[in-house]
Design a protein around this ligand. Structure first.
Ligand SMILES: *[C@@H]1O[C@H](CO)[C@@H](O)[C@H](O)[C@H]1NC(C)=O
Ligand SMILES: *[C@@H]1O[C@H](CO)[C@@H](O)[C@H](O)[C@H]1NC(C)=O
Length: 411
């Protein structure tokens, strides 16, 4: 009896390996995504995609790999081909970097697994290197480390100018980019599964509103990042706020007409930056406005940035974060589906008329079933939210068809 069970286990194990090998072989081998003028390109043809955010991959993978595999597999089935995730977790518990230069190997192996599984599912990654906000440490943790080391720090915004803090950041960039994946044995900087490095999630600098300070930081860090890794795309992680180089646009387009300490134009003109990004949360940004006014804001936000991206900056654009929270007054799944369809329609139309300069969108965000501790109101669970999955799949198919059409493929 016992030997029969062992035999059966062996047989099932071998079968599972064969199925895995088959799945890996079925996924299109990934090539590096590059840039040519105002288009992202892969193998010489415009690269278009539909994608998603899943900031939690490393954290969850370090304790529960099955959830990561399952969610990536569900995302791949919905035609999603790019995923943005965090390659940082500073000072918390458990942290990736518990104190400057001290790394938790178990957490890094979680990130290794995320990269390896993304590859197995034909999904490319955008990896963000630090947070502007306190979640998972962020610039607050970096300046605290410097303060603890005796630096005279006034505000969190000293992150962009203090020499010691800048060195901490560079050390982290070096550590992540030169990491050799324990599963694939490929260094991150040589792995085409990674599409892009994202300097920071949503940089802001309220203490110096012109945008000059953040732009100087982008210049220095973009040059440093590309000096280690020139194979990958690089972007800033901007939400898109206009700054002092376009004073008229601050009033016209910035939510509330405020200055946020970034400058969409000059920040993205930095030579080493490959594409521009926008994020948009009109429900949170314009709480006093009606649904119709928010829709108009969104349409103008996309249109104005896309025009600037192509005509002024000369680079492609990605709509890197958008979503609909269940906490929005009047929320229903239908409201979310209609919102996503509205955004997707604009992305597709601009992608089509520009011949691929609008590369795609990354919705915020996809999660797995049972991951309740990570739910944030925006969570979409693909097998559960079937009408939303249909909307997502439709956009994935449309972008894939457009990509094929633009590359002159006969598929
Ligand atoms: C962007 O350019 C298009 C085409 O030139 C124009 O119709 C549209 O009004 C512009 N959008 C904004 C917000 O300026
Ligand atoms: C993984 O999924 C299971 C079952 O769906 C759930 O119980 C568990 O909490 C999840 N793990 C994490 C780390 O979210």
């Amino acid at each position: 009896m016992a030997s029969f069970v062992v035999g059966l286990r062996r047989f099932l194990g071998a079968l599972a390996l064969m199925l895995l090998a088959h799945q890996a072989a079925a996924a299109e081998p990934l090539a590096f995504v590059g840039r040519s003028g105002s288009k992202l390109v892969v193998n010489g043809s415009p690269f278009l995609f539909n994608g998603f955010n899943a900031y939690w991959l490393m954290n969850v993978a370090s304790e529960d790999q099955v959830n990561v595999s399952k969610t990536l597999s569900e995302a791949a089935a919905a035609g999603l081909t790019v995923c943005r995730t965090w390659a940082f977790n500073d000072g918390g518990n458990p942290a990736l970097q518990s104190s400057p230069g001290v790394y938790n190997e178990k957490m890094f192996q979680g990130l290794d697994f995320a990269v390896s599984e993304a590859k197995n599912h034909g999904i490319r990654l955008v990896m963000s290197l630090i947070n502007n906000f306190k979640d998972f440490g962020g610039k607050t943790q970096y300046v605290q480390w410097a303060r603890d080391a005796g630096e005279a720090i006034k505000t969190d915004d000293d992150f962009y100018t203090n020499a010691k803090v800048k060195q901490y950041y560079k050390n982290h960039v070096l550590k992540v980019l030169t990491r050799v994946n324990t599963i694939t044995k490929v260094a991150y900087k040589d792995d085409p599964t990674i599409m892009t490095w994202d300097l920071m999630n949503e940089p802001r600098c309220p203490s110096e509103p012109s945008g000059q300070t953040v732009t100087a930081w982008v210049k220095e860090m973009a040059a440093y990042t590309k000096s280690i890794d020139s194979k990958h795309l690089l972007q800033v992680g901007f939400e898109g706020f206009y700054g002092s180089s376009t004073p008229d646009k601050i009033g016209l387009y910035n939510p509330g007409g405020y200055k946020y300490g970034t400058d969409f134009i000059i920040g993205n003109q930095v030579n080493e930056i490959d594409y521009t990004t926008i994020h948009a949360y009109p429900d949170a940004w314009l709480p006093q406005k009606s649904e119709e006014e928010r829709k108009t804001f969104l349409q103008q936000w996309i249109s104005s940035h896309f025009n600037d991206s192509v005509k002024v900056i000369g680079k492609p654009m990605v709509f890197e974060e958008f979503g609909k929270s269940t906490t929005t007054p009047g929320y229903s799944q239908k409201v979310r589906d209609d919102f996503l369809s509205y955004v997707y329609g604009m992305i597709y139309s601009d992608a089509e008329t520009s011949g691929g300069s609008f590369s795609g969108g990354l919705l915020w965000q996809i999660m797995g079933e049972g991951m309740k501790s990570y739910y944030d109101g925006f969570a979409i669970v693909l097998p559960r939210d079937s009408t939303t999955t249909a909307v997502i799949k439709k956009q994935s198919d449309a972008m894939a068809a457009l990509k094929n059409r633009l590359s002159g493929s006969r598929h």
